[in-house]
Design a protein around this ligand. Structure first.
Ligand code: SF4
Length: 179
């Protein structure tokens, strides 16, 4: 699947911005993994999609290295200020809906796709971690951060704006494809 087709799917899914993603720019960083371990999001050791369940940093780098590239996708929207959590959550939910739609379309089209989203996997209300294997390993989505990626750096390296000003919030994900 070429980039033009990916861009058409991104537009149809409702994203507000997208750019080609060069797999060589995906650099995993130990300090991002260390930040996960502080568990500010409450998902550390809670889901297969999140550290340590998603594998070591080396495992993650190995998985990413199998994909030459794909597309970076983003949803941004208006917020009143840095405390407008309601608007932030709405934009995040919209982004996740766009992402799920595009991910499903790619799987339906038979693409060999590897997806990294924004936030922990939300396929199941209760994750099976750590007692049972993941229920839907083909649909599980880890976050870019869980894979040790600095989203700002990935955006910068691929020419996608990351910060749109104090009155906007953006969520970013990536879909990697290999033939
Ligand atoms: S698909 Fe379900 S079991 Fe697997 S990581 Fe996601 S929430 Fe957990």
């Amino acid at each position: 699947m070429n980039y033009e087709e990916l861009a058409r799917l991104a537009e149809a899914a409702g994203f507000t911005a997208w750019k080609p993603l060069d797999g060589a720019t995906l650099e995993v960083k130990r300090e991002v993994r260390d930040m996960c371990a502080t568990n500010t999001c409450g998902m550390y050791e809670k889901r297969w999609s999140c550290p340590p369940g998603c594998g070591s940093l080396e495992d993650c780098a190995g998985r990413l290295g199998q994909y030459p590239g794909g597309i970076l996708v983003q949803t941004y929207g208006d917020i009143e200020d840095g405390f407008d959590f309601e608007a932030m959550m709405e934009i995040e939910q919209e982004h996740k809906a766009h992402f799920q739609q595009m991910y499903a379309e790619l799987r339906k089209a038979g693409a060999d796709v590897f997806a990294l989203g924004a936030g922990a996997c939300i396929q199941c209300r209760e994750c099976t971690y750590p007692d049972q294997p993941c229920r839907f390993p083909d649909q599980m989505v880890s976050s870019m951060e869980a894979y040790g990626l600095v989203v700002l750096e990935v955006c910068k390296a691929n020419g996608l704006q990351y910060y749109y000003g104090a009155d906007k919030m953006a969520y970013t994900s990536c879909l990697l494809i290999r033939e």
